[in-house]
Design a protein around this ligand. Sequence first.
Ligand code: HAM
Length: 414
Amino acid sequence: MQTLPGFRDFLPNDCATRNYIFACWREVARRYGFVEWDGPVLEPTELYKKKSGPEIVAQLFNFTDKGEREVAMRPELTPTLARVIAGHEREFKKPLKWFSIPQCFRYEKQQRGRLREHFQLNCDIIGEASLEADIELIALNIDLLRQFDLTENDFVVRISDREFWLDFLRDQKVTEDRWEEILQIIDKSERESREKTAERLGALAEPVFAILEGGGKSEKLDQLVGGLEKRGLGGYVKIDLGIVRGLAYYTGVVFEAFDRAGKLRALSGGGRYDNLIAQLSDGAASMPAAGFAMGDVVLSDLIAEIPTARGKKETAVGAGQQLDVYVVIAKEERRGDALAQIQKLRDNGYRVDFPLVPAKVGKQFQTAESLGARVTVLFGDEWPQAKVKSFATREEGLIPNENVLAAVRQILAS
Ligand code: HAM
């Protein structure tokens, strides 16, 4: 039996890596004043049909449940957030800064950086229309990546503004019903041939290519970059009007982070969605909002490619898995005394393991080493003393049983 395509098993090392990523995400999000929340994994399919856009609806893992309800595994968190905010609008002081780490499900073609399940950190600011919120979010996106020891040589955040394109479409007298379609063609243009994009854009091809290649003037984006420069983060961003984002609900500034080498898919993406809360609540609540999500899959690939980032991850993963103490039971008559000491050490917060069944002393030391134990405590002929040994210094000494905890504490603190 194999996993389904695009789904992962998380063996202990993979889990440790995942925990490392989540811990870095949580730490930086909290540093920016964000608080954690979550929603359900399963939602009414309707929630995504309303506003996420055709691409994500085509990728839904959806089915009819036993109560004849049309339901879908969440492909993203933003519609859930909009629903929750609309339902609890009066309970919180604005602006809200909320983060969450949902597992999301999309029936995508499995390829490098794209699976059928992934975890994503979502960070959203609700109830603040000013550009300062967009700047705060992009700064947070940058600092999240820096937390993994990634630098401006490793990634770049490409920033754009959907309003720039909407002004352009108005100027070109394109009717509103075609706007979303054209934005999606521009979004795909980087991954499609120029001929195909030109064919789909028709008469708009020439002016669109002129902007994509020559750039365009946007005071708002200049101001945004200025705000990031004040924080010393200017080197991490680039104005790039080719970014419009695939999701249909974005209304203003949009951005995506990529590896500098341009080998991988997007690390993160987001933007402003000022109308979504009103649209999903049929006008019952209305609030400006902006946010982004960063996935674990592409991020893990980039960390694996950058030696400093990989080193930091390996150190953290190693430290997280290391045992503090391995208790060696050299004489089975001492098992009861050993277990009492083990309990005491564990009660004091130490990570302790021991042989569940009788084993040769040499084998027990091998096990201690393979588990990365920093201290061994041997119970045998020396009782009521125990032999305490530091793995780092190889020093050992006979310690009265009642002083073992203090001796272990001293070694681990040094
Ligand atoms: P998104 O661009 O669809 O945005 O996804 C955000 C990130 O999730 C991507 O940049 C990528 O790293 C990761 N991701 C997406 N799909 C997959 C996949 N199939 N496999 C692996 N990783 C994937 C959103 O989801 C928006 N809801 C973000 C947002 C939050 N906008 C405002 N607030």
